[in-house]
Design a protein around this ligand. Sequence first.
Ligand code: PLP
Length: 397
Amino acid sequence: MRSPARQQAKATVPELAPAAGAIQETRDRVKRAYGSAIGRHRRDLVTPALILDLPAARRNIAKMAERLKTMPAKIRPHIKVHKSPELARLQVDAGAIGLSTATIWEAIVMVRSGLDSIFIVNTLAGREKLAALAEIAREAEVMVAVDDPQNTADIAAAARTAGSEVGVLIEVDTGMDRAGLDTPEQAVELARRVAGMEGLELMGVTGYEGHCSLTPERDLRASRQRVAMSTLVDAAERIRAAGLPCPIVSAGGTATWDWTATTHGVTEIQAGSYAVMDNFHFPMAGDFEKALTVLATVISRPPDRVIVDAGNKSLGAPALSTMRGHDLKAMRFDEEHGLFIAEPDYPLHVGDVVELVPGYAPGTVNWYDAYHVVEGDRVVDVWPVIPRGPGHGGLIS
Ligand SMILES: Cc1ncc(COP(=O)(O)O)c(C=O)c1O
């Protein structure tokens, strides 16, 4: 029997906020706060400012779409990289079959922004999150990763309560040592349970090979990718051999996307960083352009260094950041100080404006309310980063 505390807790499961609510409020706030930047030169913005080079992002998205035309897999791009419904829309318009997200809140924002077929490439737990998942699955096709029988049963129960059906992909650990089942036998066992649960639809397997992104050396990365994908495809084949459906086999990040998209048996990839790029991914996927920068101002100029107003609260993986057009080595990043080594006569002075390429895009955008969208040197729009941060941001009431 449930304890009174649990019964009480159940009664307070929050509901999704009205469709237009939190998202429209964010949009309105961002336009009010940053809209005056529209029409300005990119160098005239208040810093630090997040800048999206829209033509470059469009070229990245078009290049991925074009190259995938000759490959067997489709793309369901990961939008945790940009957290932008506008960029997600461009990706879908270019042929993406849906979107991947890391959080339930990202999924809700995408659905409520008119986008469909969302795969939350993450295991989800917690009463409120499962209730939100089940609710949003009433409005769109929504899938989630699972690797635990009780959690799977909890998702099914939430879906039955909401009167929805949640798509489920069995997560397999393909070598990243993060979430996911370790053996194909475990994957078949969980798939069998899922297939028997009302409220769930067994959609396939997922096994992001994230450890390959941490393997800069190309040959080693390729061999790790092959091992990872043979584990994943093996799990899918065994699920099918057990008489169960497994239409989706999903994996692939920017560091391995083309290898994974051409691996026999993989049906779709989850790559995301290719759309905006960053210094972390660029050495492994250099045919995509760096479309994301942070505008910063020099705020101090000791003889041996240049200090800008973008520190580790303005940049993801700041140590990997570079200053566009300046060959200066990053030295240290405090919260509001970014330090670069420079000779005394290096021509940068207090008040000068510079543009930094972030080390890691997802960890960068998460700090900002808005993108300053530029074409050439002009700001043509401001787009919200939404949902910013890990919280629900008012998406549930
Ligand atoms: C589960 C999952 N899939 C896909 C991706 C996208 O990878 P990338 O940003 O390298 O394209 C990530 C990124 O961390 C991820 O965690």
